[in-house]
Design a protein. Structure first.
Length: 353
């Protein structure tokens, strides 16, 4: 299955009907429970009522990718231009922290330079953003959130799709898609260790589909969970670098992940790499004991967030390969029932406010 890598730039698939939600008045505070999406196909983040659709937006910068929201209500949004800081309670962009790294011309699309994965330290003192440098290895930029300003640059792997932080904040994990690795960064000293994560091997190089995309950090033991192709779950011990592989059942190319409070792993399946060589898009719900339920989805998706009560998943439709669509699929995690919700322009990152 060593085919072309994630290179096909999608075209827009049919979207849901336009949102019928009434927009929030500009002076109204943001209600709890809305969703926030990074609109990769445009320049804003969109505030989405999970029952009715989009209700507001804030321009943040070109081609926003990932986002992270802190307890103070500030969202840190990785864009091609820098990291935008948004007060989600008042829906105002407070700052745009420029990248310290030269990423070339500001552009759009899957391979554009600039911020990709982003995460916050548990104490909110630092934001960590993975920055793609086209044609070269990426970097992790460390932002002092009080200033806000990028204060350090750390070399990492190629195309840093995802950034995660250990539960105690001592380590940062940067998933390098095109380098088959996770870079472990000590939050204090900024020293790094590279862990290769390649359960299928690395022989395909840049042309391989069989690469890591997104990582979940299991709070119970700090293990890193990386799904591959709906066939293999790589469980990585960041202390030793040892990887064990557990079977998965969806048989589909996989991207976004998250964990529920009770330890279920949610994994977004984007569809078969080639027609007839796997199953279509799906959401895998994996219990801590390894049992899986696989819920089919209509069309490609990218990332996922879960409601506070753990009963509902929100899966973004802004995938870059084999088409995309402008919305979110809302999934009942007990029954697998789904409904499509219009939201933004090619939404990728998503968070529950």
């Amino acid at each position: 299955m060593l085919l072309a890598a994630c290179t096909q730039e999608g075209t827009a698939a049919p979207s849901p009907a336009p949102s019928t939600a009434s927009p929030l008045p500009a002076t109204a505070p943001t209600p709890d429970g809305l969703l926030l999406t990074a609109d990769f196909g445009a320049g804003p983040v969109t505030f989405v009522d999970p029952r009715r659709g989009a209700v507001a937006s804030v321009t943040v910068g070109r081609a926003p990718y990932g986002l992270a929201v802190g307890p103070d209500g500030r969202a840190w949004v990785a864009t091609a231009e820098g990291v935008a800081v948004v007060d989600t309670r008042t829906r105002v962009r407070l700052a745009l922290v420029p990248h310290r790294t030269d990423t070339g011309p500001v552009t759009d699309g899957e391979y554009r330079g600039g911020g990709m994965g982003v995460a916050l330290s548990p104490d909110g003192a630092h934001a960590y953003v993975g920055v793609n440098v086209p044609g070269a290895n990426g970097v992790l930029e460390v932002i002092d959130t009080a200033r806000p300003q990028a204060t350090a640059v750390v070399p990492v792997g190629r195309r840093p799709f995802d950034v995660d932080v250990s539960p105690d904040g001592a380590e940062v994990y940067v998933t390098g898609h095109d380098s088959f690795d996770v870079t472990v960064v000590a939050a204090g000293s900024l020293r790094t260790r590279r862990i290769q994560v390649a359960p299928y091997g690395t022989e395909g190089g840049l042309g391989s589909w069989l690469k890591p995309h997104y990582t979940a950090v299991r709070p119970s033991d700090g293990m890193l969970l990386l799904p591959f192709e709906g066939e293999r779950l790589a469980v990585v011990d960041p202390r030793t670098g040892r990887t064990t592989v557990e079977p998965m059942t969806a048989d589909t190319h996989q991207h976004g992940v998250t964990l529920t409070a009770d330890g279920r792993l949610l994994v977004v399946g984007t569809g078969a790499v080639e027609p007839g060589e796997g199953n279509g898009p799906s959401l895998t719900v994996r219990s801590p004991d390894g049992a899986e339920r696989v819920y089919p989805l209509d069309g490609p998706h990218e990332d996922v967030a879960v409601s506070r009560d753990g009963r509902t998943a929100y899966v973004t439709g802004g995938h870059t390969r084999h088409g995309y669509w402008n919305g979110i699929t809302v999934v009942d995690l007990d029954t697998g029932a789904t409904r499509r919700l219009p939201a933004g322009a090619r939404p990728l990152g998503v968070a529950v406010l």
